[in-house]
Ligand binder design. Structure first.
Ligand code: ARG
Length: 254
C-alpha cells in the first residue's frame, strides 16, 4: 500500500470516528438548563395538584425555549427573593418567574427581550367600598410578596403599613382573613386568583398602577446564554409556538 493511501485511510477513519462521537454526545447526554422559579404564581408557574408537576405559561415557554436550544429544562422551586442570588452564585442558569425587568435588577443580571406585558393592580375584599384607587391606600395595611415590584410600589404609599409575605397566595390568604386591607400584585395573577383560584370574595379596583414587562434572567457574565435565549424566543414568536402557549393560558386577547 502506498503511503498516500494509508494516510487517506487514516484520515478517513479519524473523520468517521469524530462524526460518531459527535452524534453520540448529542443523543445520549442532553445538556441541562437549571431554571429557578418561585412556583406559587398561577397562571405563570404553579404546581399541578394531581401530578405535582410545575405548570403554567412560564413553564411551557421555558420548555419550548429549552427544546429550541437543545437543552433539557429542569425547574427548581425557590423563594422569589432567592432567584437573583441563585443566578449570581451559579446554582441556577436561568430564572423564569414572571420577573419584571427593572433597572435595579438589570444591574445584577441579564434579561431577555420582554416576553409578557404586565402591570400591578390593587385587590381588596368584595365588600370593601372605601378603596377604589391608589390614593385611597394611604394609611392602610397592604400585603405584598417580598422582593417584588408590588412591594416596591406599596412602599410609595404614604403612611401605609406594609406586610411582606413569602408567596403571593400567602398575601391573598391574609386579605381573606381580614388581616390587611389590600394586596398589590401582578394583574394577570390577580385575575387568575379571582376567577379561578378561590378568590371569590375579592375584587380588583382602579387602573393598573404600572406597566411592566417580564424577562428571563441569566447571570451577568453568561452573555452567550442570554443571546441563545433571545434567539430561541425570537424563533418561537416567528413559528407560532409563542402564540400557541399564550392562547393556551390567556385566551386569544393580547
Ligand atoms: N412581577 C413581579 C416582580 O417581578 C412579581 C413576580 C413574582 N413572581 C413569582 N413567581 N412569585 O417583582
Amino acid at each position: 500500500m502506498s503511503k498516500k493511501l494509508i494516510t487517506t485511510m487514516l484520515i478517513g477513519l479519524l473523520v468517521l470516528s469524530l462524526g460518531l462521537f459527535g452524534c453520540g454526545s448529542k443523543t445520549t447526554e442532553k445538556k441541562v438548563l437549571n431554571v429557578g422559579s418561585d412556583t406559587a404564581f398561577a397562571p405563570f408557574e404553579y404546581q399541578d395538584e394531581k401530578t405535582k408537576e410545575y405548570v403554567g405559561f412560564d413553564m411551557d415557554l421555558i420548555k419550548a425555549i429549552g427544546d429550541e436550544m437543545g437543552y433539557e429544562v429542569k425547574v427548581q422551586g425557590m423563594p422569589f427573593d432567592g432567584l437573583i442570588p441563585g443566578l449570581e452564585a451559579g446554582t441556577i442558569d436561568l430564572v423564569i418567574s414572571a420577573m419584571t425587568i427593572t433597572d435595579e435588577r438589570a444591574l445584577k443580571v441579564n434579561f431577555s427581550k420582554p416576553y409578557y406585558q404586565s402591570g400591578l393592580t390593587i385587590v381588596v375584599r368584595s365588600d370593601n367600598t372605601t378603596i377604589t384607587s391608589f390614593d385611597d391606600l394611604k394609611g392602610k395595611t397592604i400585603a405584598v410578596q417580598i422582593g417584588t415590584t408590588g412591594a416596591m410600589e406599596a412602599k410609595k404609599v404614604e403612611g401605609a403599613t406594609i406586610r411582606e409575605f413569602n408567596t403571593a397566595p400567602d398575601a391573598f390568604l391574609e386579605l381573606k382573613a381580614g388581616g390587611v386591607d389590600a394586596v398589590i400584585n401582578d394583574k394577570p395573577v390577580n385575575d387568575y386568583y379571582i376567577t379561578q383560584a378561590g378568590g371569590k370574595d375579592a375584587k380588583q379596583v382602579g387602573e393598573p398602577l404600572t406597566a411592566e414587562s417580564y424577562g428571563i434572567a441569566s447571570a451577568k457574565k453568561n452573555t452567550e446564554l442570554a443571546e441563545k435565549v433571545d434567539q430561541a424566543l425570537a424563533k418561537l414568536r416567528e413559528n407560532g409556538k409563542y402564540d400557541e402557549i399564550y392562547t393556551k393560558w390567556f385566551g386569544a386577547q393580547k
